[in-house]
Write a protein that binds this ligand. Structure first.
Ligand SMILES: [Zn+2]
Length: 217
């Protein structure tokens, strides 16, 4: 089995970590959360020398999904997978949302909605889909248990957790998802997140101030 490789391209003024993930044996990969600046993402794909087979979306916010329609067009209609359908209202409102920030972006309809328990494949690697609502209702997380790598979007950050100050945000649900689904992945599980540096589940279990009251101790 080839090694899993990754490259992060921060996109949009929100510096969202668009992530290119690939299997170095087959040089086939996916782009996760192409929020915008599609030309820069395509440059990074060319530099990595990989063939992109899928676009994966963790949730429907514009800095994660705003470039998905244009990237799909540029990549010969590769399928867009995710998020959970509960984020459809966000994906259908990207153009209007973007306009409010002065961005040009398009609404997007994924080719496949994801649900808790689904599995995604990248070459010989397989990623479990976890539904982790709270930041948005349909947020999903991708977990490669064998490679010990998770892509958690805007659910959990180094030293912080996702914002829930949106009309549809739910802080209690977010903390439930982190404690019920992410902490059990194990302390050695590394994760990449939507903004800033990644971390490990163990580091966050021990030091994240938002999880102080939520852990086992
Ligand atoms: Zn978000």
């Amino acid at each position: 089995m080839g090694q899993l490789r990754g490259a992060i391209v921060p996109v949009t003024p929100f510096q969202q970590n668009c992530t290119i993930l690939w299997d170095d044996g087959s040089a086939r990969g996916v782009v996760v959360d192409p929020g915008g600046e599609v030309d820069r993402i395509l440059d990074a794909v060319r530099q990595a020398g990989v063939t992109i087979e899928r676009i994966w979306l963790t949730h429907g916010h514009l800095d994660h999904a705003g470039g998905a329609a244009d990237l799909r067009d540029a990549l010969n209609n590769v399928p867009i997978e995710g998020p959970d359908q509960r984020d459809e209202f966000l994906l259908q409102n990207l153009e209007a949302q973007g306009r409010a920030y002065g961005f040009t972006m398009r609404d997007v309809a994924p080719d496949r909605w994801l649900a808790e328990g689904d599995t995604l494949s990248l070459g010989e690697h397989s990623f479990d889909v976890l539904h982790c609502p709270g930041h948005t209702p349909g947020h999903v997380v991708f977990v490669d248990r064998a490679a010990r790598l998770a892509l958690v979007g805007d659910v959990l950050f180094q030293g912080s957790v996702g914002r829930t100050d949106f009309p549809y945000g739910d802080h209690a649900a977010l903390i439930d998802a982190i404690t019920g689904k992410l902490l059990p992945l194990g302390d050695d599980m590394r994760f990449l997140c939507g903004h800033g540096p990644g971390s490990t589940i163990g580091t966050e279990r021990r030091t994240n101030p938002f999880l102080r009251c939520a852990g086992s101790e």
